[in-house]
Design a protein around this ligand. Structure first.
Ligand code: AMP
Length: 210
């Protein structure tokens, strides 16, 4: 299964991506996670991305697309993949379509998680992230997954959240129409329990032929 997850920041894409990737036995490719891992390791890619990430802006397409192109050469994508946080604009969606067309492995579906703006702001401002494993959580002093210390991501602070939402509306929301026109879009409501949302997504995807 070759999937893309779309949705505003805080819609729970990362959490759903983990469950869906496990369900379909495909790698979960989060461009945000790759950037954060590079940042932590102090690589040139991480340093390039940092300024943009801290401000809630998109990392330039030239950097992001090269990173994705490279990721798609790894052996683990042979049976599919799930992108979370990529593409983030129509130009990236076009690059992804071209890469996959060349490999004759087009997408099967694009899952959109929809959520009202007030709920997004409430979720993001109370979200904490594990320093060790990167797992997001709300209302915990220690990571509920691995027990590591949690911190507030620089881009989950109020000023940056507002900018990330603007960036989503201006740059990312247009990919929803792009994928609707391609006949790939499936929309799932992102309000409810994690388990219910995963079940809805899997049920909707069961109607997609691989
Ligand atoms: P995320 O973890 O998906 O919320 O991403 C965190 C930050 O990483 C974003 O606010 C961007 O600065 C950067 N980023 C992640 N994915 C992309 C992408 N596809 N294109 C450009 N920037 C990205």
């Amino acid at each position: 299964m070759r999937l893309v997850l779309v949705g505003p920041p805080g819609a729970g894409k990362g959490t759903q991506a983990q469950f869906l990737a496990a369900h379909y036995s495909i790698p979960h490719i989060s461009t945000g996670d790759i950037f954060r891992a590079n940042l932590k390791a102090g690589t040139p890619l991480g340093l390039q991305a940092k300024g943009f990430m801290d401000k809630g802006e998109l990392v330039p397409d030239s950097v992001t697309n090269e990173m994705v192109k490279d990721r798609l050469t790894h052996d683990d994508v042979a049976n599919g993949f799930l992108f979370d946080g990529f593409p983030r604009n129509v130009a990236q969606a076009e690059v992804l379509r071209a890469i996959l067309a060349e490999k004759k492995t087009p997408l099967h579906a694009v899952l959109e998680f929809s959520l009202a703006n007030e709920e997004i702001v409430a979720r993001l401002s109370s979200r904490r992230t594990c320093k060790e494993c990167g797992q997001p959580s709300v209302g915990h002093d220690k990571c509920p997954q691995c027990g590591g210390d949690v911190y507030q991501r620089e881009d989950d602070k109020a000023e940056v959240i507002a900018r990330r939402l603007e960036v989503y509306q201006e740059q990312t929301a247009p990919i929803v129409s792009f994928y609707r026109n391609e006949g790939l879009l499936i929309t799932v409501g992102a309000l409810g329990s994690v388990e219910d949302i995963t079940a809805h997504a899997i049920s909707a995807l069961s109607r997609v032929s691989e």
